[in-house]
Structures are given as structure tokens and as C-alpha cells.
Design a protein around this ligand. Structure first.
Ligand code: PMP
Length: 431
């Protein structure tokens, strides 16, 4: 058994002063049971907890750590910027540079507004869509997560799905009632909503690759048809690329699938691990934002120079030749290895993988939407999680969070992980 004395002491201290002992719910391990570990530091693909236990990390800060932890070039960039100050409440050249970089990599992103989180990006995108269309309703997909703003916290994935609560207390019914929910990978319900309210829907919002109900790839044609449908009814398409942006390729994922969003949300990777978010899109829409236009949006730390420096450095490393090919090879080795391990253990399950986003669903043969994801055997997943932890592998503590592979994961790390998965699956299959 791994040592847990220091983590346990920290958890007790945290419980006294932090609600639920954590600053974001999934960190509390409610879905897998047991006491969460406190991380002391990270280096490359490894995290080390407060008791000195070392783990190969597949949480990756839930997406930002695509280069691994504490990449030396990013650390140097942050240190250099920090010596010049952490923020001025005035514009900087760095903000221009990152906006230019993002716009150059994403053809539809003519203008870019930086915020400090994916949640803010979602709030701003929805407000823009409502202002531009003069409509109030939105359509989202069951199991997709777009941050914790009121309108978007309806049938959301991620922690909401993990905790098994359908919605959040404190969201006014009147606001939740403006949100329509459809099954991912199915146009039927979307079409029905448009037929029923042809001039009421401001926007459809979607993760181009769903990654908050576990990883679920879009069905062929789904995103292209969704674009066409939304546009036919005068609604906007918002692609939430907070996870997928600059993770699946240098730029956005929607282009892979032929979607034509009017706005995109970004976050995670573009901040290199520092707090960031962004909305980007058509110039006419983006120019509705204050002070150019009437849609108010602001942030004391928006475009924070330390975060932006970390982001620029991360993007410049990602832009080097061969980066995404290498990430794909490592991720395929993991996905294939896990799938084989599942088969060899004789356990029902499936591995969904899109690039460096991987989920092994236990107890279900195929997952294409949230209903199937919910049928996964979460109790079995909890046992798998702990069996892997004991073998030095740190998985996201929920069946519904993606494993994030980074460029710091070596073939050796992957092979150790797959070997641990084989042992863990054999162990849990005995029950
Ligand atoms: N959109 C997606 C697709 C996400 O995965 C997340 C967070 N996991 C968000 C939005 C919200 O981002 P943040 O946690 O930075 O507010």
C-alpha cells in the first residue's frame, strides 16, 4: 500500500477551511472513493505526492499540461516575465502576439478576446450569440461540459456527471429553461427544437470531440450537418475547443470534421498551464464586445502577462515539426495497449480515443453518447482506479474524465501503464 500519512493530514486541514476540502469537485475522488492525494510537485509525465509517492500522470492538469509538467522552456519564460511584473491593467505586446498566433492557426478566428477560464469563454460566447441574434435559447448536448455558468450547467458532463447530480442547485429555473438538451451524435432532437422554435434559438454549442462524458468522437458528418442545420435557422454554432484546441492538432479540431463554427472557445493548452481562456471568431461578432460594441465583458486578469507568456512558449514548442505525430504515436500505443488488456482480461468494455484523449469505458461495449456512458460500470472503474494507483499510475478519478497523454510520456511510460492495466484488470475481473 502506498504511504498516505501526509496527504491524510493535509486533507484534514483542508476540510476545515475549504468546502469539501478541494477547489474543484472532481479532485475530491467522490466517484472512486478513498482519500484524495495532495500533489507536491510535477516533472514531465510524473507527479509526486505529499508522501513522496511517484506516479505516471494522466490527469495532466485536465488538459493544459500537453508538454508535461514544468517544461524547462516554459518555466524559463514564466520566470523571465515574472521578473517584469505580473500584470498592469493595461494592454501589453504579449496579448497582441498570442492573439496573432491564435488567429494565424485558426482560419475562422479573425479576432480573439482573452479571459481567465473556459467558463468565462462559454459565458461570453453565449452572450455574444444572444446579442448577435436577438434570441435567447441555446441548444447543448447531454454530457458536454462548457464551464459552470448558469445557462450551461444543464445536463453537463465532467464533475456534474461524476457526482450523478443532474443540475446544480442555485441555477434559476427561468435560466435553465432557456437551454435545450440533445443527445450527442444525434441531429434528430436538434432538428425538432429548431422546428418547434425556428426563431428562438441563438446558438448550438458543442464539444467537437466530447471529452467530459469520457471521450466520445463525433460520428461521421455529425458536426458538418450540425453547422448546416444551425445556420439554416439563423443560429450560431459555437465549438467549445477548451480541451481540443491545440491538443489534437496545431489549431482547432472542428476543421478536421468539417464544422463551420461562428465562435470558438479556447482555454487549457493556450495558457501552458496558467489560468486562461479565450473566445475567438468572426470579426463582426467579436466586434460586438465592449468597448468596440454593446456586449459587456471584462476581466482584471484577462490577458495576464505571465499566463500569456506561458501560452506563447507552449504554442511555439507545439508548432515544431513532428510534435503531433509523436503525440499520436504515444497515444495510439496507450489506446491499443489498454484495449488489448481489456480483451485479454475478458472484461466487457471499450476504449475510445481521439488523439491524446483516451477513455477506457468499463462494462459497456460502445459509447457514442451520454446515455451509453452512464451505463458504464462506475463501481468497477473505481476499483480499476485504485488498482492502477497502487501500481504508480495516476488516472483521472472518474470514468467520465479523459486520460490526457502528453509529449513528456515516453514509450517506457506507456508500456509500464499498459502492464499495470493488465495486472489491474486481471485483479478486478476476479470479483
Ligand atoms: N469547456 C470544456 C470542454 C471543458 O472541458 C472545460 C473544463 N474542463 C471548460 C469548458 C471550463 O473550463 P474552466 O474549468 O477553465 O472554467
Amino acid at each position: 500500500m502506498i504511504a498516505r500519512k501526509n496527504s491524510a493530514a493535509l486533507l484534514a486541514r483542508a476540510a476545515a477551511v475549504i468546502p469539501g476540502a478541494v477547489n474543484s469537485p472532481v479532485r475530491a475522488w467522490k466517484a472512486v472513493g478513498g482519500a484524495t492525494l495532495f500533489i507536491a510537485h510535477g516533472q514531465g509525465a510524473t507527479v509526486i505526492d505529499a508522501d513522496g509517492n511517484r506516479f505516471i500522470d494522466y490527469v495532466g492538469s485536465y488538459g493544459p499540461a500537453i508538454l508535461g509538467h514544468a517544461h524547462p522552456e516554459v518555466v524559463a519564460a514564466i520566470a523571465e516575465q515574472a521578473a517584469h511584473g505580473f500584470g498592469y491593467g493595461a494592454p501589453t505586446e504579449l496579448e497582441v502576439a498570442i492573439a496573432e498566433r491564435v488567429a494565424a492557426a485558426i482560419p475562422m478566428a479573425r479576432k480573439v478576446r482573452l479571459v481567465s477560464s473556459g467558463t468565462e469563454a462559454g459565458m461570453t460566447a453565449i452572450r455574444l450569440a444572444r446579442a448577435a441574434t436577438g434570441r435567447s435559447r441555446i441548444i447543448k448536448f447531454d454530457g458536454c461540459y462548457h464551464g459552470h455558468s448558469d445557462a450551461l450547467l444543464v445536463r453537463a458532463g465532467s464533475g456534474v456527471m461524476t457526482l450523478g447530480v443532474p443540475d446544480s442547485a442555485g441555477v434559476p429555473e427561468a435560466l435553465a429553461a432557456l437551454t435545450r438538451v440533445a443527445q450527442y451524435n444525434s441531429l434528430e432532437a436538434v432538428e425538432r427544437y429548431f422546428l418547434a422554435e425556428p426563431r428562438e434559438i441563438a446558438a448550438v454549442i458543442v464539444e467537437p470531440v466530447a471529452a467530459n462524458m469520457g471521450v466520445v468522437p463525433p460520428a461521421p458528418g455529425f458536426l458538418k450537418d450540425l453547422s448546416d442545420l444551425a445556420h439554416r435557422y439563423g443560429a450560431l454554432l459555437i465549438c467549445d475547443e477548451v480541451i481540443t484546441g491545440f491538443r489534437l492538432r496545431y489549431g482547432t479540431a472542428h476543421e478536421i470534421f468539417g464544422a463551420e463554427p461562428d465562435l470558438v472557445m479556447l482555454g487549457k493548452v493556450i495558457g501552458g498551464g496558467m489560468p486562461i481562456g479565450a473566445v475567438a471568431g468572426r470579426a463582426d461578432l467579436m466586434d460586438l464586445l465592449a468597448p468596440a460594441g454593446p456586449v459587456y465583458q471584462a476581466g482584471t486578469l484577462s490577458g495576464n502577462p505571465v499566463a500569456v507568456r506561458a501560452g506563447i512558449e507552449t504554442l511555439s514548442i507545439l508548432a515544431r515539426p513532428g510534435t503531433y505525430e509523436r503525440l499520436e504515436a504515444t497515444s495510439a500505443r496507450l489506446g491499443d495497449g489498454m484495449a488489448e488488456a481489456l480483451r485479454d482480461a475478458g472484461l466487457k468494455g471499450c476504449v475510445n480515443r481521439v488523439g491524446s484523449l483516451v477513455t477506457a469505458f468499463l462494462g459497456v461495449e460502445a459509447v457514442r453518447e451520454a446515455e451509453a456512458a452512464r451505463r458504464a460500470d462506475t463501481a468497477l472503474f473505481a476499483r480499476f482506479f485504485h488498482a492502477m494507483l497502487e501500481r504508480g499510475i495516476y488516472l483521472p478519478p472518474s470514468q467520465f474524465e479523459a486520460m490526457f497523454v502528453s509529449l513528456a510520456h515516453s514509450e517506457g511510460d506507456i508500456d509500464r501503464t499498459v502492464a499495470a492495466a493488465r495486472e489491474s484488470l486481471a485483479e478486478i475481473a476476479k470479483f
